[in-house]
Design a protein around this ligand. Structure first.
Ligand code: DGL
Length: 275
């Protein structure tokens, strides 16, 4: 696989629409890049699945992106970043960028009282990936984590401003508030879509760390360091594919994120080509 083709797309995937938050950040920070996004809507959610299964999904989705000539694979999913990135790095010759390390670094920079909250899927929290990454940067930081398994379905249903969502957030976040966190990592790329409701539930004085935004900054650095960034004078395009048709929700998400998405293609994981 060549990695010297600046005009080839950045390949991005997530289980569903959450990774579009990373795409929105990439479009903002790297407007000249082409992006090919795949949402694995046939198999969402990933958050309750085993390491083995999520690793297999990561390898299959990475294969689909390489078939689109991706010059770099961005794992825009915290669950897959926590569980599948090491295997994907072994398998693929292009760089693989996850969301956990950039989010952890931003959280360590943000905390003043050295108490960081992390919310994510069950699999992300059980993996301890954030705790590990944060403590590697600053062993004195206390990490208080909470799995929030009902948030992804609420977000996929578009319930961004809803009493049910607010009640779930209060239940998930109250223990973190009581623990005195001053920084909260949105450890799932779906969560920035709930940013306003999460900020309300977390209370004033808690800084939210968006793994999407920090991942996009890490991609910019990686492309520059590898010499494969697109020339700045052009305007890149965004192509989107799903592994199963969804009834227009992708467009609602795109609207929430102010993204321009043309026709949405379908891709089957059976078409996977190995790197
Ligand atoms: N956006 C994924 C993440 O960051 C979604 C999780 C899921 O599919 O459960 O973990």
């Amino acid at each position: 696989m060549q990695t010297d083709r600046p005009l080839d797309p950045i390949g991005v995937f997530d289980s569903g629409i959450g990774g579009l938050t990373v795409v929105a950040a990439l479009r903002e920070i790297l407007p000249s890049e082409n992006i090919f996004y795949i949402g694995d809507t046939a198999r969402v959610p990933y958050g309750g699945k085993s390491r083995r299964t999520v690793e297999r999904y990561g390898i299959e989705l990475g294969g689909l992106l390489l078939a689109e000539h991706a010059k770099i694979i961005v794992v825009a999913c915290n669950t897959a970043s926590a569980l599948a990135v090491p295997r994907m790095r072994d398998m693929f010759k292009v760089p693989v960028q996850g969301v956990v390390a950039p989010g952890a670094a931003a959280a360590v920079k943000s905390t003043r009282n050295k108490t960081i909250g992390v919310i994510g899927t069950r699999a992300t929290i059980a993996s301890g990936a954030y705790e590990h990454a944060i403590k590697a940067l600053d062993p004195e930081v206390r990490v208080v984590s909470a799995a929030c398994p009902l948030l992804v379905p609420l977000i996929e249903e578009g319930m961004f401003e809803d009493e049910v969502t607010d009640r779930m957030l209060a239940r998930y976040l109250d223990p973190l508030r009581s623990a005195g966190v001053d920084t909260l990592v949105l450890g799932c790329t779906h969560y920035p879509l709930l940013r306003t409701a999460i900020a309300r539930a977390a209370g004033p004085g808690v800084s939210l760390v968006d793994s999407a935004e920090n991942c996009a900054l890490a991609v910019r650095e990686l492309l520059a360091n590898s010499g494969i960034a697109a020339p700045p004078s052009r305007l890149g395009k965004l192509d989107v594919a799903l592994t199963d048709a969804t009834e227009g929700f992708l467009r609602t998400a795109a609207k929430a994120l102010d993204l321009e998405i043309g026709d949405v293609a379908l891709r089957s994981v059976q078409e996977v080509q190995k790197a």
